[in-house]
Design a protein around this ligand. Structure first.
Ligand code: 5GP
Length: 204
C-alpha cells in the first residue's frame, strides 16, 4: 500500500510527469506529554522533513523565538486570517488561537516535502477533512498524575493554567482512538525510537 498523499492535486513537472506529493504527519499530545522533545528528535533525525511552524496569539515563553517555535501574532491578525481562509486549520487552545498556514502546507506538499504538524485534536480533525491521507499520531502520557507532575516541574505555567491544561489533556486523551497511531510516552528514549521508526516506515 502506498502511503503517499493522494489528495493534493499532482503537480506536473516540466516533462509532464506528475510529481509525488509529500507526506503529512500530524502529531498531537496533551501539554506536558513530551511532544516538544519528540518533535525535536524527529527534526534532528529527518532534517529534510519540513516542520510546520504554527501561528499563535499566545505570548512567547522564555527562550521561544518568533519564526522558530511559533509565529507570534496579534489576535486581530489571526481573526482576519480566519475571515480570509488563511488557515488550513485553527483552534482556540487554552484561551489562545493557534493555526497552520494553508499556503505553507500546499506549497510544501506540492514540492514533494514531507511535513510534520504539531497540532491539537481539534486541528487534527480539520486537517483530516482536507487531507484524509494524513498520518495521525497521538502521544499519550503514561498517566494524568505523571502529566500533572511534569507540568508542575516545567514551571512555565501558573497553577490555574496547569489546571486548564490538565482538563484539556483529559479531553484529548479520551479522543486518542481518532488517531491512526498511539505512542505511549512512558520512557522517553523508547517513545522517540517508536516515533522515528514509524516515520521511517512511511517514508521508505
Ligand atoms: P503550547 O502553548 O504548549 O505551545 O501549545 C498548546 C497546544 O496547542 C498544544 O496541544 C499544541 O499541539 C497546540 N498547537 C500548537 N500549534 C497549533 C496549531 O497550529 N493548530 C492547532 N490546532 N493546535 C496547535
Amino acid at each position: 500500500m502506498s502511503h503517499r498523499q493522494a489528495q493534493t492535486t499532482p503537480n506536473a513537472s516540466p516533462g509532464g510527469r506528475p510529481e509525488k506529493s509529500g507526506l503529512l504527519f500530524i502529531l498531537s499530545a496533551p501539554s506536558g506529554a513530551g511532544k516538544s522533545t519528540l518533535c525535536s528528535a524527529v527534526r534532528n533525525r529527518f532534517p529534510d522533513v519540513m516542520y510546520s511552524i504554527s501561528f499563535t496569539t499566545r505570548a512567547p515563553r522564555e527562550g521561544e523565538c518568533n519564526g522558530r517555535h511559533y509565529f507570534f501574532i496579534e489576535k486581530g491578525e489571526f481573526e482576519a486570517g480566519i475571515e480570509q481562509g488563511r488557515w488550513a486549520e485553527w483552534a482556540r487552545v487554552h484561551g489562545n488561537y493557534y493555526g497552520t498556514s494553508m499556503d505553507t502546507l500546499n506549497k510544501g506538499l506540492r514540492m514533494g516535502r514531507d511535513i510534520l504538524l504539531d497540532i491539537d485534536v481539534e486541528g487534527m480533525r480539520q486537517i483530516q477533512e482536507k487531507f484524509p491521507d494524513g498520518i495521525t499520531i497521538f502521544i499519550m502520557p503514561p498517566s494524568l498524575d505523571i502529566l500533572r507532575r511534569r507540568l508542575i516541574s516545567r514551571g512555565t505555567e501558573s497553577p490555574e493554567a496547569i489546571a486548564v491544561r490538565l482538563k484539556n489533556a483529559q479531553k484529548e486523551m479520551a479522543q486518542k482512538d481518532l488517531y491512526r497511531h498511539v505512542i505511549i510516552n512512558d520512557t522517553l528514549p523508547e517513545a522517540i525510537d517508536e516515533l522515528i521508526n514509524l516515520i521511517e516506515t512511511y517514508r521508505r
